[in-house]
Design a protein around this ligand. Structure first.
Ligand SMILES: Cc1ncc(COP(=O)(O)O)c(C=O)c1O
Length: 412
């Protein structure tokens, strides 16, 4: 059996004369060595079966707490049927960018339904959430503009903002005061404030109401990335913004989590959509998502709207996890997380590896997350509770956590 988690090893940087004389070889060797030495080497695992609660790896079955498929729609039979019908009708691929011949009536219908559902003038489909976030920054933000993002914002946005020509500042996590101070100091021609509905590594909500108020006060545009909130929170799954009753100028929703597929959409005004269609290179120079996928996403949307029972089950599972962890005094939890994302922030990289290995040996699959994905000193096990787990799965997880922390005393 191969253990997927990083092993404690003392790596040695072996460099020969050829490496020293070849900057490419030296760069690669050294970069790989640095990751391995800190035991934060990233691996991919060849997973055979990956459903919302069970995965098969190396012929063994594990209870999975790593899937973002919060409602279990990735295996929904109506969505699978739609995708098959879409394939028969439209073929495998879209063959080109949406600006050539890749945009179909299914894409158009999906955009229309999304905008009506979320109360926006327009919606615009993208191949991924990563691409949509980058597109907003790269196409809209110019040299004299300013971007303000929460410190815990997703890498897709932060990377683009850091490479953009605009002034880029990060405000203290969820602090409207910090945002206001930065706005006063670095106010640009156009100002874009970015935050997430649910933070992907901590599971807590953004203080959307307060951030929105500051944004309005300073005549800025607010962009909310609701990759983890859409489908899960708000009335009928309309997401975090619906829950907090705000309407940001730009809303990004992802289809890789509760929608159970992949891709994304930007919800915005008609003018913003027209602008993006004409200036966003991520759209113009990229192959459109297949029409069969748009067709399947239309069914996903129907399923999300009518899945109050799954949202209720998810809430019950989260509450059960929280009750159990409280009863057994499991440390390092994120008190503010009310979502399916329930991290155990052990802090130290090595402790994090030990915990993930311990769970792995008990056939529990969780994701260990290290810097730079999370800040240094906050390595964690990212546990995701879905609507598909049952109490036995959650009990098994919490009892294993208890066993681990009973055997290992860590200071919180
Ligand atoms: C908050 C957040 N935004 C954006 C993305 C990127 O979305 P996608 O997976 O569709 O590229 C992710 C991760 O998947 C995410 O967690």
């Amino acid at each position: 059996m191969t253990n997927p988690y990083p092993q404690k090893k003392n790596y040695v940087l072996k460099i020969s004369m050829t490496h020293i004389h070849n900057s490419w070889k030296f760069f690669l060797k050294r970069s790989i060595y640095l990751r391995k030495r800190r035991n934060i080497w990233r691996n991919r695992f060849v997973i055979r079966q990956n459903d919302p609660t069970k995965i098969t790896f190396n012929d063994k079955e594990y209870v999975s707490f790593s899937s973002n498929d919060y409602l279990g729609l990735s295996f929904n039979k109506d969505i699978k049927r739609s995708w098959k019908i879409g394939l028969d009708r439209y073929g495998n691929g879209s063959s080109s960018s949406g600006h050539i011949v890749g945009y179909s009536e299914e894409h158009e219908l999906l955009e229309r339904r999304l905008s009506l559902w979320l109360g926006y003038e327009e919606a615009l489909l993208f191949g991924s959430g990563y691409s949509a976030n980058q597109s907003i920054v790269f196409s809209l933000m110019k040299r004299k503009d300013s971007i303000f993002a929460d410190k815990k914002s997703h890498a897709s946005f932060v990377e683009a903002a850091a490479f953009s020509r605009s002034t880029f500042k990060r405000f203290v996590h969820n602090s409207a005061d910090s945002l206001q101070t930065l706005l006063q100091k670095f106010y640009g021609d156009k100002n874009l404030i970015f935050t997430e509905g649910i933070f992907s590594m901590d599971g807590n909500f953004s203080k959307l109401k307060m951030i929105h108020e500051v944004s309005q006060k300073y005549d800025s545009y607010l962009m909310v990335d609701d990759a983890h909130g859409i489908g899960v929170f708000g009335e009928g799954g309309r997401g975090s913004c619906d829950m907090f009753q705000i309407r940001p100028e730009i809303l990004m929703i992802g289809f890789g989590k509760a929608f159970g597929i992949c891709g994304s959409a930007i919800l915005c005004s008609g003018d913003m959509k027209d602008y993006l269609l004409n200036y966003s290179k991520n759209l113009i120079y990229s192959t459109m998502m297949p029409a069969s996928q748009a067709f399947a996403l239309l069914e996903s949307l129907r399923q999300v709207k009518k899945s109050d029972h799954l949202r209720k089950k998810l809430r019950r599972n989260i509450e059960f996890f929280k009750e159990m962890t409280k009863r057994y005094k499991i440390p390092f939890l994120h008190e503010l997380s009310k979502s399916g994302i329930q991290p155990i922030i052990v802090g130290n990289d090595q402790k994090c590896i030990e915990l993930s290995e311990f769970l792995f040996k008990r056939n529990i699959w969780t994701q260990a997350i290290f810097p730079p994905t999370v800040p240094f000193g906050t390595s964690r096990i990212r546990i995701v509770i879905t609507a598909c787990h049952d109490v036995v799965d959650i009990e098994k997880l919490v009892l294993s956590l208890k066993e681990f922390f009973d055997q290992n005393e860590y200071e919180q």
